[in-house]
Structures are given as structure tokens and as C-alpha cells.
Design a binder for this molecule. Sequence first.
Ligand SMILES: *Cc1c(COP(=O)(O)O)cnc(C)c1O
Length: 495
Amino acid sequence: MDIKYTSTRDNSVSVPASAAIIKGISKDGGLFVPCSFPKLDKSFDELAKMNYREVAYEVMKLFFTDYSEEELKGCIERAYDTKFDTEEIAPLAEVDRTYYLELYHGATIAFKDMALSILPHLMTVAAKKNNVDKEIVILTATSGDTGKAALAGFADVPGTRIVVFYPKYGVSKVQEKQMVTQKGANVKVIGITGNFDDAQTGVKNIFGDDAFNAELEKKGFCFSSANSINIGRLIPQVAYYVFAYSRLVLEGRISAGDKINFTVPTGNFGNILAGYYAKKIGLPVNKLICASNDNKVLFDFFKTGIYDRNREFILTSSPSMDILISSNLERLIYFSAGADSNKNSELMKSLSATGKYEITSEMKNEMADFVGGFCTQDEVSATIHDIFEKTGYVIDTHTAVASGVYSKYVKETGDNTPNVIVSTASPFKFTRSVIEAIENEKSDKDDFELITRLSKVANISVPAAVSELESAPVLHDTVIDKEEMEKSIASFLGL
Ligand SMILES: *Cc1c(COP(=O)(O)O)cnc(C)c1O
């Protein structure tokens, strides 16, 4: 089945996957979505025998139908290799009667690596297929983890450049150090004096600025996005939901066809949406539990049907989820409105004009697969503490949001469907919050001392991605106002 992609804001758009991957976002400001959903054509018993790369191929071939088998397998081989510190790529740990799908074994020790290690390869193949002769400029806004994972993926990839904007005072020390030490002749890292939403809105505005884009084109450049709105990121994420399920089948924890739940720590709604896509292609998913931190816009939304970003932005111990506009939710809104781009556009207009919209009760019914939950920062610390005390397993603050939400969900509902908690970062990426939670006291030590301490206390070795950081030289120190984003890009590209 040949799958085309349309825009959530204009149903007359129809492009192949490779074109959608190059563009990142549709001209009308909408997101690319598949016009129809393919179905998995392998049984779960067959999938259970496959390794990560093979499962990834079975999933991606369904969506990226204009890539040849050779092209797609090539991308997968180059992405999921020894950059990951485990042969399994995405191991599943059983802890305290639930499962943790560890997606943090890649180059930057957060789950963004799962998609960003393959996106550059998908994109350079796509450029060849579409006869793009321009240099691709990746523009990225990051709440911390995307930035580094995108930099690592695109550094020195021929035919590409990458500019990353991050909130100067809104990321962890380790996250910042990871980014500002990035090597590569084609990379630029810029701090802005605003929050993640400012960075993301700024990037979206630049994509929509026709005059600026025309000028760029004249000089031989074109923009694309590595943000989670790119379907070249979304689709590779579908693979690990299928992989987790097939592991449970392989290990005899479930039988092929049994339903399971997933609990996902959520920010921009990309990860959990991939779980929804997995269900659409035939994965037996019962509930998708959407876990938020104190910025609980999504929890309120699933409860009331009203999305309202007009509220205080709270900096929490899970910074990669400090988001008030969850971009990928637009794709769910679109489907729940019956794939109606007019209806979706209306709501998105309302969001940008008033910061708010309300869905109909029919749309809400369409979203019955999702359950919202949230955890305060105290609950997050208590969760990290308790799991470590009880089992010796260490989780990061983002994973702890999901873990805490899952415990509350079970208490409230009694639902004992097998559950997978999607574990999104290594505890070493957020060491301060993790060790303080475990030891139940604040520390005035510096982050790198705490890393050594966590390694001792938890008896786990420090990942290479972190141990190399301390002595790495800072290569980027630009900090700007959010109004200066366009100007800073022009200067980097020498316009
Ligand atoms: C990005 C990120 C999230 C949120 O994922 P979304 O796809 O944006 O919902 C959660 N945890 C970590 C560690 C992240 O880096």
C-alpha cells in the first residue's frame, strides 16, 4: 500500500514520505499525517524472533513506502549500531511488577536518540530522491534533549547544517554542557533568554516567514526541522512500541494478542502519539497513560476537553516536559475531528489567538484510549526514592513522572493490564535531582561530583556520554533575545 501524507491544516496536500521528511512542516503551518494507516503484516510470534533493527524495518516500511528496501535498511543499519551501548538497543527491565522500556542507551542518553539517530539518514536519502540541490538547514528548538540528540545526529553530515535554540535558563547543567561542547563544522548552538515555548514559537515563525525563506533559497539553502513534528521522527518511534510488545511475547509474559498499557512521560506529545500510531497499525494497546509534570495542560485537557495554555509556566525537575503547547497533539485533534483539516485549523487558530480551544464531545469520545495523569515534583522525588529503596533500580525524573502517575492510576482504577513505562532518560542526565531524591537531602556539590556519587550509591557505571563531558571544551557561547533568532541564523549562514 502506497502511503501519502497530507497536512492537518489543508487536506488538498498529498506528498510522499520523503517529501514530508524534507519539509518537516507543511507550508500552511500544519503537520504531515498519513492519509491512511497501514497494518502490520507480520504476526507477533514472527516479530518476537526479530532484533530491534528488523522490527524497526517492519514498522517503517509500512509508512515510508517511497523508500526502497535497500534504502530503508541502510538507514536503519547506520542508525541503530554501536552508538548504542547495548546490543538490544531498547532493553525492557522488569521492576516491581511493571516493565521499564529503557530508551536511553544511545549517544546522548535520552530517548530522542531513538529517532534522531535515523532522521539524518532518512533526510539525506530523501534529498537525493527529490533532487534537492540545496543545503538543508535544520532548525531546532529544544527543551534540552532534542538539541543534543539532533546535533549528534547531524554533525558533519554532508549537505546539512544545524542550528539549535535552547532556553538558556531552562535546561539542566549536563544538558547545556552536552550542547555547548558539540563539535562539527556545520553546527551552531544558541541560548535564548526565554522558555522552551518561546524557542519553539520562534522557530515556527521562521518556517512561516516567506520573505526570509525566499532569500535563503536564493543563497542555496532550505530549512527543515528535526523537531518531533517531523514524521521522520515520529514514525521511527512507533517501532519501539512494537518491539516492547514483541519482547513480552518472546519472554512469555503475555500471549500474542493480549492487550497492554503504556505509560508515557509527555511533553510535546510525540512519544505517546507514536504509541497511538502503533495501536492504529494493529498493536493490541489498551490504554495510553499520558503522564505530565506540574505543567499539566494535557491532564486538564483529557479531563475537560479544553486545552488552555493560559497559565504559569513552571520550571520543574523534569525540564524536557516543561511545555505548555504540545505540538504533536494537533495530529490527534485532527484524527479525532474525522481527519477534517478545516475543523482542526479552526481550533489551532483559536489556540494561537487566545491560547485556548475546546473540542466537541464526539472528538473527546474518539480519544478514549488516552488517560491523563500528573505528578508534582515532591511525588517525583518520592517515586525515585521509593523505587530505589525497594528494588535498587534507579530512574530519572521524567521516567519517575510516568512511574508515579502509573501507581496512582492503578490505585484509582484497579486496572491490572500489563504495563510498560516508557523510560526516557538515563538518571545520569538529571543526576542532581535523582541523587537528592535518593538521599532525601539537598546537595551543594557540583554536578560532576554528584555523578560520581550516584554511580557509587547505585552501583552503576557512568555512561561514556557523561564521563567525557567534564573536560570537553565549550565551543558555543552565544546568548540572544528571542526576537533575534532570525538575525542569528542569517549571520551563521553568512547571508
Ligand atoms: C522529550 C522528552 C520527553 C517528552 O517527550 P515528548 O515526545 O515531547 O512528549 C520526556 N522525557 C525526556 C527525557 C525527553 O527528553
